[in-house]
Write a protein that binds this ligand. Structure first.
Ligand SMILES: O=c1ccn([C@@H]2O[C@H](COP(=O)(O)O)[C@@H](O)[C@H]2O)c(=O)[nH]1
Length: 236
């Protein structure tokens, strides 16, 4: 049972701060959260995060840190000090990196930032893993990384909605499962591979749905968001 009714995180993947802020201005912080990723952060830096926070939004800073433990931990600390709602690292950085990040974040005063880890990118399928030397089913790798992530004291993982049900057998119920790769039935897949519709993902048990282009790249973003909210409403 998820008490949090704000289940949609809108990915503000825009090339300019102006476009991102214009989109945020059409949204309601009581209804959704926002994600700032690599493109927008590289353009706008911490200022764009603060602008969105000032408008009342919880911000997921999706920079997927992956580096040596000290560097990753200090970057996560910076995110915590910025007061973001959620920040992430790559689980494949391993135990020492994730534990260092957890410890560093815990030292930030009055901090409530959620720290999660990316397992296998939703754009990857079995063949992609094979090419990088991992000849295994994505689900098996996601499970392994999720169990490792929880044992390092993190708050959740990024995975595809396909993995949510099997993951619940190996992680605790309070562990957040954040799922991008969400595609309403009438939207294009693009570069995503392990996809699900919003209602399927919620019914599978996703804690949060990360949705970008199906909302931000259509002619009427607000209508698209409202349609998704309506689609998932019976299941939350
Ligand atoms: O495995 C992952 C991790 C992160 N993402 C991010 O989510 C959004 C998805 O955007 P769409 O436009 O809905 O595809 C995007 O910002 C990715 O960087 C992901 O897709 N998969």
């Amino acid at each position: 049972m998820n008490a949090d009714k704000k289940r949609i995180i809108v990915a503000l993947d825009y090339p300019t701060v102006e476009q991102a802020v214009m989109m945020a201005d059409q949204l309601d912080p009581a209804q959704c959260r926002l994600k700032v990723g690599k493109e927008l952060f590289t353009r706008g830096g911490p200022t764009v995060v603060e602008q969105l926070q000032h408008k009342g939004f919880d911000v997921f800073l999706d920079l997927k840190f992956h580096d040596i433990p000290n560097t990753t931990a200090k970057a996560v600390r910076a995110a915590g000090e910025l007061g973001v709602w959620m920040v992430n690292v790559h689980a494949c950085g391993g135990r020492r990196m994730m534990e260092a990040a957890r410890n560093e974040l815990d030292q930030v005063r009055n901090n409530s930032t959620l720290l999660i880890a990316v397992t296998v990118l939703t754009s990857m399928e079995r063949e992609d893993l094979k090419e990088v030397g991992l000849d295994i089913d994505p689900l098996d790798h996601v499970k392994r990384l999720a169990v490792l992530t929880e044992s390092c004291g993190l708050d959740g993982v990024v995975c595809s909605a396909h993995e949510v049900m099997p993951l619940r057998e190996v992680v605790s119920s309070g562990f957040s499962l954040v799922t991008p790769g969400i595609r309403p039935s009438d939207s294009v897949t693009g570069d995503q591979r392990r996809i699900m519709t919003p209602s399927e993902a919620i019914q599978a048990g996703s804690t949060y749905l990360v949705i970008g282009r199906p909302i931000t790249q259509v002619s009427n973003p607000l209508a698209a968001l409202q349609a998704i909210e309506k689609e998932i409403a019976p299941f939350i």
